[in-house]
Design a protein around this ligand. Structure first.
Ligand code: COA
Length: 229
């Protein structure tokens, strides 16, 4: 599969209609959860470098775009689609990795989040370091939640005051990632000198003395039996 994954720019605007067609066909498939997008919306994402497209030659076979919420505090990688002829070949994994890296580059301090019922997206997000959270940890931007209006479970979300629904919330928090890295490197230098400079030589010397003690004991007992005979 010679598929090329590119960060979109103005030169890709001519593919906006192909992207829309792929999204529309996918949206019509049962249970995809994908919301149809207008050519203007897709064009804007492409032009502003906030989309990733997968091409097989000139054919658009995958797409995803970046949205910002709560004045940039949150970023979502939305509308992930892979052409049905290209599924189960690891293409979504590559597209997600690419859009994740792009999101980190464009919005390094933003939390990256997603809501999904799909196993594929849960797996891919977990691999990238997202963790499951309650909706209280996600954007409270009403416009984001209004995007769920087209979903057949929207009444459940409304009944639960936009705090719970069937989707799992997942978030990647760059601040927590830094804390985690810092604390894991903190531990290493504290433990290393003790084990390297004290514990290991102590165990080594103890073993030598133990063996010596056993040898002396054996020697003495042999001597005793020799004397008796
Ligand atoms: C979901 C979708 C993007 C996956 O694309 P894909 O290229 O087939 O995914 P990949 O081949 O990269 O697979 C990634 C992992 O997800 C798993 N996976 C893929 N599709 C799956 C599905 N429908 N159900 C369960 N697991 C799935 C794969 O087995 C793989 O897991 P593994 O490597 O641990 O075995 C594609 O099926 C699609 O476009 N679906 C319709 C739109 C949609 O649902 N988008 C997600 C919106 S939240």
């Amino acid at each position: 599969m010679a598929v090329k994954i590119v960060v979109a720019d103005a030169t890709h605007v001519k593919y906006a209609q192909d992207v829309c067609d792929l999204i529309r066909i996918t949206a019509q498939q049962k249970g995809s959860g994908i919301v149809d997008r207008s050519p203007d919306y897709v064009t804007d994402r492409i032009k502003t470098g906030r989309a990733v497209i997968a091409f097989d030659e000139e054919r658009v076979v995958g797409f995803v775009y970046i949205e910002t919420w709560s004045h940039g505090m949150f970023v979502a990688n939305s509308g992930l689609v892979v052409d049905s002829d290209y599924r189960y070949k690891g293409l979504a994994r590559q597209i997600k990795k690419s859009v994740f890296e792009l999101s980190r580059k464009l919005y390094p301090t933003s939390k990256i989040f997603s809501i999904t019922t799909g196993l594929a997206v849960m797996k891919l997000n977990s691999e990238l370091g997202y963790v499951p959270v309650t909706y209280s940890e996600l954007t409270r931007d009403i416009e984001f939640w209004q995007g769920c209006e087209g979903c057949k479970n929207f009444d459940i979300l409304q009944r639960n005051n936009y705090q719970k629904c069937l989707c799992t919330g997942l978030v990647f928090d760059p601040a927590k990632q830094k804390e985690h890295k810092k604390s894991s490197t903190d531990v290493v230098p504290q433990r290393l000198p003790f084990s390297v400079f004290f514990a290991r030589p102590y165990i080594f010397t103890k073993r030598i003395f133990q063996r010596l003690y056993i040898k002396i004991k054996r020697f003495k007992s042999r001597k005793k039996t020799n004397n008796k005979s």
